[in-house]
Design a protein around this ligand. Structure first.
Ligand code: NAD
Ligand code: IPM
Ligand code: MN
Length: 357
């Protein structure tokens, strides 16, 4: 197979981890006889520095023409001034919107070898396997915002809007995913306070009753979910959330496998290329030191092979190589819990050495 892949390394640790994931993809192509063409484009702070915009037109058109996109991360203290004209993060939101990537799949998979790397107790987390479906192109992230007044009379607002079709499509996708897993779906909302959550709850209930009567379905309020997630994570199978709740809950959920550096994600639309990225950010505190964990991005590359190129065997080859690396005791600093660790490049290389065909 020939595939045209766009790399968006971005900022902070973005370039280091994207490079490792791209090398793993290259190794997969070589071993399985595929031809992957890689083109890198600008997004985020680095794009602001060289073009004045976080998502230049050339990046948008390259992404639209690609078979799939692999992104590192955007953002950093250099571009954090609250009064700046634009922000790196705006580029990421815009590319999600431009490509219609309304569904963000965030699997919370525990590697057996890492159970003791988690700050949580083994008896609580063992056996956890959750798939989050985070709505990605609506809600408060894309609501109207603004400011008025000055000085101590200044105020700011950002509205949260969801429409019926936006809720229907993400709930449908989540329910379909549940059917292929443990057949259980949990919808998270804040319907006791927020109007868009009440719409969400009504639409979700209707879709489930009409189209998925056989899927076990329940509803949990987001504050309560934050607690259940670390108290009884095994009870959840597929979890569907609005944009912001999914953002927050999945960073929390990263403590189940033990590190943000282990969690990949796939952002998908109804057609067109998917975008694959780790769920973590640009980690400015460790950028440029060759210590970031590249496994989240490498696992995102596996998701890319599976979801955008239908290369299931190749995706599994990456995932088993990652398991093997962990079984062999190799750890980056974030999952080493104080014992010996290896760097970003060495970890990428270790995965490549364990790829089989
Ligand atoms: P972060 O996810 O970048 O980092 C949080 C903590 O986790 C840091 O201590 C970091 O060192 C650690 N960490 C993250 N990824 C790691 C990895 N692969 N290996 C080892 N340790 C890792 O979150 P933050 O510090 O709150 O945000 C930094 C910047 O990243 C901000 O500008 C934010 O907007 C941006 N951000 C971008 C994305 C994205 O591009 N998708 C996601 C989240 C945050
Ligand atoms: C993520 C990030 C982004 C988000 C930011 C950087 C825009 O936190 O991908 O989880 O909030 O969606
Ligand atoms: Mn986030």
């Amino acid at each position: 197979m020939k595939a045209n892949l766009v790399l968006l390394p971005g900022d902070g640790i973005g370039p280091e981890i994207t490079q490792q994931a791209a090398s793993v993809l290259e190794a997969v192509a070589k071993r399985f006889g595929h031809e992957f063409e890689f083109r890198s484009h600008l997004i985020g702070g680095i794009a602001i520095d060289s073009t004045g915009e976080p998502l230049p037109a050339a990046t948008i058109s390259a992404c639209k023409d690609a078979d799939a996109i692999l992104l590192g991360a955007v953002g950093g203290p250099k571009w954090d001034d609250p009064s700046a004209k634009t922000r790196p993060e705006a580029g990421l939101l815009q590319i999600r919107k431009e490509l219609g990537l309304f569904a963000n799949l965030r699997p919370i998979r525990l590697f057996d070898e890492l159970v003791d790397a988690s700050p949580l107790k083994r008896e609580i987390i063992e056996g956890t396997d959750i798939l989050f479906l985070r709505e990605l192109t609506g809600g408060i992230y894309f609501g109207e915002s603004g400011r008025s007044g000055e000085g101590s009379s200044e105020s700011a607002y950002q509205s949260m809007v969801y429409s019926v079709p936006e809720v229907e499509r993400i709930v449908r996708l989540a329910a379909q995913a549940a059917k292929g897993r443990q057949n259980r779906l949990t919808s998270v909302d804040k319907a006791n306070v927020l109007e868009p959550s009440r719409l969400w709850r009504q639409v979700a209930a209707r879709v489930m009753a009409e189209e998925f009567p056989d899927v076990q379905y329940d509803v949990v309020l987001v504050d309560s979910m934050a607690m259940h997630l670390i108290n009884r994570p095994r009870d959840f199978d597929v979890v569907v959330t609005s944009n912001m709740f999914g953002d927050i809950l999945t960073d929390e959920a990263s403590m189940l496998p033990g590190s943000l550096g282990m969690l990949p994600s796939a952002s998908l639309g109804s057609d067109g290329p998917g975008l694959y990225e780790p769920i973590h950010g640009s980690a400015p505190d460790i950028a440029g030191q060759d210590i970031a964990n590249p496994l989240a991005t490498i696992l995102a590359a596996a998701m890319l092979l599976r979801h955008s190129l239908s290369l299931n065997e190749e995706a599994e080859a990456i995932e088993s190589a990652v398991s093997q690396v962990l079984a062999d005791g190799l750890r980056t600093a974030d999952i080493a819990r104080g014992s010996e660790s290896l760097g970003t490049q060495a970890m990428g290389q270790a995965v490549i050495e364990r790829l089989s065909n």
